[in-house]
Design a protein around this ligand. Structure first.
Ligand code: ZN
Length: 465
């Protein structure tokens, strides 16, 4: 007699004490009690959920049974051998069409029609329970996302306190912020991993070694910037009680750098520049306003739609205003003021020639950095050469950027004043606009009222003396 014992371990078995070992012991005990003799083969399935995924061992056993290699099957409980009505019918078929004895340790006896009926009922009820549980979990998880609560696992950098609120793990926050800053400055993931390893910093996962994949996944996690991911998409922001580790702006820049295949080895951090990002202040807390991508919102018809980009306070997150509205207002005010006859008084003298030189230098360096990355990607130079080239170029770039900074505030083209002011302003590079703007004014974005429309009075533009 060929006897098959089928055991299956699943997620919650460990703490329920239903280990696969115990299932097998029980089944062997049943074989002895039934006084069956013959060769026993154990089909041991190791899966994580009763209804998800494939069960190759179960399928192999069914195939063996159909091939005439099995005379009897012993299983532990009905929810071990199958949990879908269809699989239950397949098992019952073995009895009715092939005469195979199928017996369960917990009293299932599929060799009788009463036993078959009970087996069907048990499977149906179990199936129903699973469906109910799934619906419950799904509803709860939708609700958590809608409330801006974190998903079950808070992940590296955060910890869940008793009572459910989320707080930061300071030493992990330092690791994340430091790594993010270095990536934005152009360091490679590999270099950062080596440094973390050398310093003996423990990893987010189970392993003891930092690797670039883990670090990349960690840095790209939306929750670091207070964004809530749900069912594969960012659906909004986390509740404001959950602290942020990175700004949305930093998150976007990290994404741009780390997802760019050409920059994989030696990404060059280049911050996208927006007129008032890092310049405008929050009227509520005095924090610096950052430019942020639009939130995803749900439309009345149930679809999702991305809101336009905005400036948002990087400190309190309570003040937010549509970027296009603020930019248009501030640019209008500045261009208007520059057209007035006394506009020249607004500026201290600068060095336009040094500015142009520094800008040219930066452009040339960026082109060479990109070129080096291309050569590396094409196999013309090796990683060591690339590292040496980029290290040198980055030092050059930092110097040129400092020159640019020094030449900037006063470096205003003559025709930025008077009649052509608006036109000249519009033609300025974003760097120049930002420099001129911060020379001339401070911009403060005040909390808005309840109204939906943009109120220009909520953006304060103050002229510097
Ligand atoms: Zn604020």
């Amino acid at each position: 007699m060929q006897i098959a014992i089928y055991t299956r371990i699943s997620e919650d078995d460990e703490h329920l004490g239903k280990g696969v070992q115990r299932q097998e012991q029980d089944c062997r005990g049943l074989v002895t009690r039934l006084e069956w003799s013959g060769e026993v083969s154990v089909y041991k399935e190791n899966d994580t959920s009763a209804t998800r995924g494939k069960r190759p061992v179960f399928e192999r056993m069914m195939a063996d049974a159909h091939a005439g290699q099995i005379d009897a099957i012993v299983f532990w409980d009905s929810d071990r051998i199958t949990r879908t009505p269809r699989e239950a019918e397949d098992v019952i078929d073995l009895v009715t069409t092939r005469g195979i004895k199928v017996i369960g340790f917990h009293g299932d006896d599929l060799t009788t029609s009463d036993g078959q009926m009970l087996f069907r009922i048990k499977i149906t009820v179990a199936r129903n329970e699973i469906d109910k549980m799934k619906r419950r979990i799904r509803r709860a998880s939708d609700q958590r996302a809608a409330d801006g609560q974190m998903a079950g696992q808070t992940g590296y950098g955060f910890k869940r306190l008793e009572g459910g609120s989320v707080s930061l793990v300071p030493e992990q926050v330092v690791v994340i912020q430091d790594a993010a800053r270095r990536v934005l400055e152009g360091a490679s993931l590999r270099q950062i991993c080596m440094d973390l390893q050398k310093r003996g910093v423990s990893t987010p996962g189970r392993g003891s070694t930092w690797n670039t994949t883990t670090l990349k996944q960690l840095l790209l996690r939306e929750s670091l910037a207070g964004l809530r991911r749900h069912r594969g998409a960012v659906v909004g922001e986390l509740h404001e009680s959950i602290p942020r580790i990175l700004t949305v702006d930093e998150h976007e820049r990290l994404k741009a750098i780390l997802n760019d295949p050409m920059r994989r080895t030696a990404p060059v951090g280049r911050a996208p520049k927006y007129l008032l990002g890092g310049i405008a202040r929050c009227g509520r807390c005095g924090g610096v306003m950052r430019r942020a991508v639009g939130r995803m919102t749900t439309t009345k018809s149930g679809g999702s739609k991305r809101q336009p980009p905005s400036y948002v306070c990087g400190d309190c997150y309570r003040v937010r205003r549509k970027q296009a509205d603020v930019d248009a207002l501030v640019e209008g005010i500045i261009a208007g003021r520059l057209q007035m006859p006394d506009a020249a008084q607004l500026f201290v003298t600068g060095d336009p020639i040094a500015l142009a030189e520094a800008q040219d230098a930066i452009e040339a360096i960026d082109a060479r950095l990109a070129n080096a990355a291309d050569m590396f990607a094409a196999g013309d130079i090796d990683g060591g050469q690339l590292a040496r080239i980029t290290e040198r170029l980055r030092a050059d770039r930092a110097r040129a950027a400092a020159d640019l900074e020094a030449a900037l505030p006063g470096a205003v083209p003559a025709d930025l004043m008077g009649d052509a002011a608006a036109e000249t302003w519009a033609a300025l590079s974003m760097d120049s606009k930002r420099a001129v703007l911060s020379t001339l004014v401070t911009v403060t974005i005040m909390p808005s009222g309840s109204g939906k429309a943009f109120d220009p009075a909520t953006v304060r533009v103050d002229w510097r003396s």
